[in-house]
Design a protein around this ligand. Structure first.
Ligand code: 55R
Length: 121
């Protein structure tokens, strides 16, 4: 049975790409995220990411991106599947947390969404 590993290069439906290093014996990994989402400055900066995955064939995963351009973080969680054609698909749901100027704005500081990542060939 084919195994879906998070290491390597992925791209999402926005065209953002992430590059993930090797997975250690505890399922830990690090990598970098290159967003295609238009941010304020257009200089190409990679944002660091770190996360963990289970060690079975289609592992659940969680990782966090610390955005370089603004003081936001995004946490992704999901699962790595091998689809019917043998291609790897990383299904995720994310929470994007932006800084609230004041605590009374805390209620509107977290956004949620879905992102599907496929292998960037
Ligand atoms: O300066 C910033 C701040 C936030 C960003 N969020 N990107 C995301 C948030 C959720 C899911 C996907 C992405 C993406 O960039 O692909 C990107 C650049």
């Amino acid at each position: 049975c084919s195994k879906c590993q998070i290491s390597g290069k992925w791209k999402n439906d926005h065209g953002s790409t992430m590059s993930i290093g090797s997975v250690d014996s505890k399922g830990g990994f690090e990598g970098s995220y290159l967003t295609a989402v238009s941010s304020t400055n257009n200089d190409i900066t990679e944002s660091p990411l770190a996360g963990v995955q289970q060690l079975d064939d289609e592992p659940t995963v969680g990782f966090i991106v610390k955005w370089i351009s603004i003081n936001s973080v995004t946490v992704f969680t999901g699962q790595c599947f091998v689809d019917e054609n043998g291609n790897e698909v990383l299904e995720t749901i994310w929470l994007l947390r932006s800084p609230a100027g004041v605590r009374t704005d805390n209620w509107k500081a977290t956004r949620v969404g879905r992102d599907v990542f496929t292998r960037e060939l």
